[in-house]
Design a protein around this ligand. Structure first.
Ligand code: T4K
Length: 423
């Protein structure tokens, strides 16, 4: 369950045992009724129909279209391929405006097709593209905008729609985080020319791996359906360029099972969010992002902004200290896509136009959350953050060098010869 720590000496950083015996992850999958899932998977095995427009996929697509309130929802093998197909089906080329503060799949889906992502800065309040910065980035080569609803909070849908209409640009929303969320009462999914979802295991709604493209445009949907299946129109007739973007029946079974439990997932996430909110209250320099509860939210991401001027400790140091306790907080989307390859080689000075992105990506820390975490563990995690922040001056006095904490994949932390007092 985790040990509630109250004294600086109890921190793993100082050699004490970690608060949690095993690693506590962000992105734990939401899993619905296992019996029902296995029943569906067994049905697929019995039918001997495992992919290529199986009955489970067709049922899922039609239920998703109803849920999202769109005419068409085409499922894909993952969210990256959903983006790639939407980009291609809409005929994007040249340059496309996109935030850098996103998962790298968003610009990769463009660059993969030789389209140049032009990074736009964000609004630090919303973490989403700042629409007032978009128009100055438009050139004769610009063909579209990809907005991202980061953390499930809708980006400036109306402003971006107006800009795209004014300049005759295509508009896609990467809604990977926003399944189940609304903007002005309308489900995310129906905005722009198309919206894409990721149903990766770590997402609010998952199909193991998977994704979808939602659109109200019949012709676009027809193209997308062709493109995700090699362009086949009949058994041996290919009428379009295509790829293999199909979702299989086991993934569809997972999706159908998850759909039955959406309300349970949301309620568990909402409760966890409020437990954190209460437990983190009053910690100087720690701000938990807000979700507008007048809208539907999925509360999948527990996002802190760490203001070093007030905490006395840098976000990375706090993260290292948490990793030492087996709390594997993540610094999404550090360092910003513009500082990742190939973009940092292509645009070495992109940072000059992205001051807000630069700043925020040094402040954000995403904590483990979700239904399986439970109130007690949330209190332990929040208690650790309080102890580390409130004890930061003392940690400095003890000459604890937190940069000595080395992080490895999934945050396995090695604490190496930390100077200062040890227990
Ligand atoms: N656009 C946006 C805005 C996105 O956020 C994403 C994906 C995409 C597009 C592309 O969609 P996909 O092609 O992925 O469908 C993770 C996810 O892999 C990625 O899907 C997601 N965004 C991104 C935000 O997070 P990593 O590199 O952090 O993944 P990983 O493997 O480190 O997992 C995160 C945590 O979840 C770990 O602490 C372990 C835990 N975990 C992971 C898996 C796979 C589990 O507990 N169980 C699991 O099964 O990217």
């Amino acid at each position: 369950m985790g040990t509630q720590k109250r004294r600086i000496e109890d921190l793993a950083l100082l050699g004490a045992p970690p608060a949690f015996e095993s690693q506590v992850h962000v992105g734990r999958p939401n899993i619905g009724d296992r019996e029902k899932l296995l029943e569906r998977v067994n049905g697929a095995l019995d039918r001997g129909w495992l992919t290529n427009s199986g009955p489970l996929l067709n049922e899922l697509q039609s239920k998703l279209a109803d849920y999202l309130g769109v005419k068409h929802c085409v499922c894909t093998c993952n969210g990256t391929v959903a983006l790639e197909i939407a980009i291609r089906a809409l005929g994007l080329s040249g340059e496309v405006i996109v935030p850098s503060f996103t998962f790298v799949a968003t610009p990769h889906a463009l660059q993969w097709q030789q389209i140049t992502p032009v990074f736009c800065d964000i609004d630090p309040e919303t973490h989403n593209v700042d629409p007032s910065k978009v128009e100055s980035l438009i050139t004769p080569r610009t063909s579209g905008i990809v907005g991202v609803h980061v953390w499930g909070r809708p980006c400036a849908v109306d402003a971006l729609t107006k800009i795209s209409e004014r300049h005759d640009l295509r508009l896609i929303f990467d809604a990977s985080h926003a399944f189940g969320c609304t903007h002005e009462g309308q489900r995310i999914g129906g905005f722009g020319d198309a919206e894409t979802f990721s149903f990766h295991a770590t997402k609010f709604f998952n199909t193991l791996e998977g994704g979808a493209i939602a659109t109200n445009n019949d012709e676009l949907a027809r193209k997308i359906r062709l493109m995700k299946n090699f362009g086949f129109t009949y058994y041996d007739q290919v009428d379009h360029i295509g790829t293999n973007g199909k979702m299989n029946e086991v993934s569809a079974a997972m999706g159908l099972t998850g759909l039955d439990s959406l309300d349970v997932f949301i309620e568990a996430n909402r409760r966890a969010y409020h437990h954190y909110r209460e437990a983190l209250q009053g910690i100087p320099g720690i701000r938990l992002i807000d979700y507008d509860e007048r809208e539907a939210q999925n509360f999948q991401y527990l996002v802190l902004e760490v203001d070093e001027a007030k905490t006395g400790i840098h976000r990375d140091e706090l993260m290292s200290a948490l990793h030492a306790e087996n709390v594997l907080a993540r610094r999404y989307f550090y360092p910003g896509c513009h500082r990742m390859e190939p973009y940092k080689s292509y645009f070495p000075n992109a940072n000059l136009l992205l001051p807000r992105t630069e700043e925020l990506s040094k402040q954000v820390l995403v904590l483990p959350t979700g239904g399986s975490l439970g109130e007690e563990r949330i209190r332990v995690i929040a208690g650790l953050i309080r102890l580390i922040v409130e004890g930061s001056a003392e940690l400095r006095e003890r000459n604890i060098d937190m940069s000595k904490l080395r992080l490895t994949k999934y945050g396995e932390t090695e604490v190496k010869s930390i100077p200062g007092e040890h227990r």
